[in-house]
Design a protein around this ligand. Structure first.
Ligand code: UFG
Length: 357
């Protein structure tokens, strides 16, 4: 495929306050990305249906940046509403598409909910982009596409494994839909980011993760347990083939991850991209569940009550990234230490605790 000829042209036409549409921009990763984009001088427009986020996140964004992004409560599966939004604010340079459901367990019990929402949202965005001369898309994917990799650290060439959940399958299918769509178009290009395990919160503690109901993920559960919301944390298995027997993940600071999206936007319009690019966004280092608990205790000064229970179905034993490609081509790297990241998660939890008192 030839170089995406018009992207550079479009880039040259706009100033640094380019319009970026962020779908799901009030969610956990979305809101941190909105902040980083605004701080980099972009003009940010957010759609979110608030299904797993809260309108008050806008106050947090404003507290950090001094500005409120344009926001409308729109469900991306609603083509007509999305078309109206694109028309009203004509001239988006790129879309960062976060809007999706993400609970692995729920996707097993409600597969069609996941297929409809995650796939239809993306299709609507991809159909509307060329109609409204929007040429770049950054897509939130996940290291879940690698399953249990044969080789560690895992790089972008590692094979895609059979998905273990409908959620994981939506990420694989969405990646494919993007590749096929861009392949068939002269005017579109895409950066797909495969996130490892995002944790932590903005250092100002103005925004952070707001789990819906009982959190499935480790760090939010630890934070709530220490706050007394749960009696104890269940550690899902300590008989894995790892140094301490618990599973290993690559925990990436959410602000570092958000910054990768700003770099991805720059990459889309640097005139050098020939076809869609896929990047691992991780630290390159793994930490076990026990290491998370011990480090959290050290930085927060709080004890984490826990009990080892049986393995959780579908858990992968160990995975961590080789982020060399993103380091080199996106000029991005994880900067925040594991300690600082866990402390930011705890600081945010303290804010949430005060609000709910
Ligand atoms: N864990 C516990 N107790 C808990 C929660 C988690 O011991 O209460 C353990 C898990 O067994 C796992 C580790 O902590 O070993 C991390 O679990 P998370 O649920 O925080 O994260 P996962 O790696 O399972 O899943 C995350 C995202 C998915 C994404 C996946 C990619 O939630 O959306 O990373 O690997 F697909």
């Amino acid at each position: 495929m030839g170089v995406k000829k018009t992207l550079k042209k479009i880039w040259d036409k706009f100033t640094s306050s380019d319009r970026i549409l962020v779908t799901g921009g009030l969610g956990y990763i979305g809101s941190h990305t909105v902040v980083e984009l605004m701080e980099a001088g972009y003009d940010v427009y957010v759609v979110d249906n608030l299904s797993n986020s809260n309108i008050e996140v806008l106050n947090g964004i404003e507290a950090i940046t001094g500005k409120r992004p344009v926001f409308e409560n729109i469900d991306c599966t609603d083509y007509v509403a999305m078309d109206k939004f694109f028309t009203k604010y004509e001239g988006f340079k790129a879309v960062i598409h976060f809007a999706a459901y993400k609970a692995v367990g729920e996707s097993v019990s409600k597969p069609l909910r996941y297929y409809r929402n995650n796939i239809l949202s993306l299709i609507n965005v991809l159909e509307l982009m060329p109609i409204h001369q929007t040429e770049g898309i950054v897509f939130s994917s996940s290291c879940t596409v690698y399953g249990q990799p044969d080789k560690l650290p895992v790089d972008e060439k590692s094979p895609i494994k059979d998905a273990l959940s409908p959620y994981g399958y939506t990420k694989q299918v969405c990646e494919r839909i993007i590749m096929d769509t861009v392949h068939a178009s002269e005017d579109m290009n895409a950066v797909i980011l495969r996130y490892f395990n995002p944790i932590g919160a903005h250092p100002t503690a103005s925004i952070g993760e707001l789990p819906n109901g009982v959190p499935n993920n480790l760090v939010p559960f630890v934070c709530q347990t220490v706050s007394g919301v749960h009696k104890k944390l269940s550690v899902f298995g300590n008989d894995y083939n790892t140094p301490d027997g618990t599973c290993i993940r690559d925990y990436i600071n959410v602000v570092d991850l958000a910054k990768a999206h700003v770099k991805a936007i720059e990459r889309l319009f640097d005139g050098k991209m020939k076809k869609p690019e896929i990047y691992n966004i991780g630290t390159g280092k793994g930490a076990s569940v026990m290491e998370v608990i011990k480090t959290f205790e050290a930085v927060s000064g709080k004890r984490v009550p826990y009990e080892v229970v049986g393995r959780r179905e579908g858990d992968i034993e160990r995975v961590w990234a080789n982020p060399a490609l993103a380091n080199k081509k996106l000029n991005w790297q994880a900067e925040t230490s594991f300690e600082e990241t866990l402390l930011s998660a705890w600081r945010w939890q303290e804010v949430v605790n005060k609000r709910t008192k």
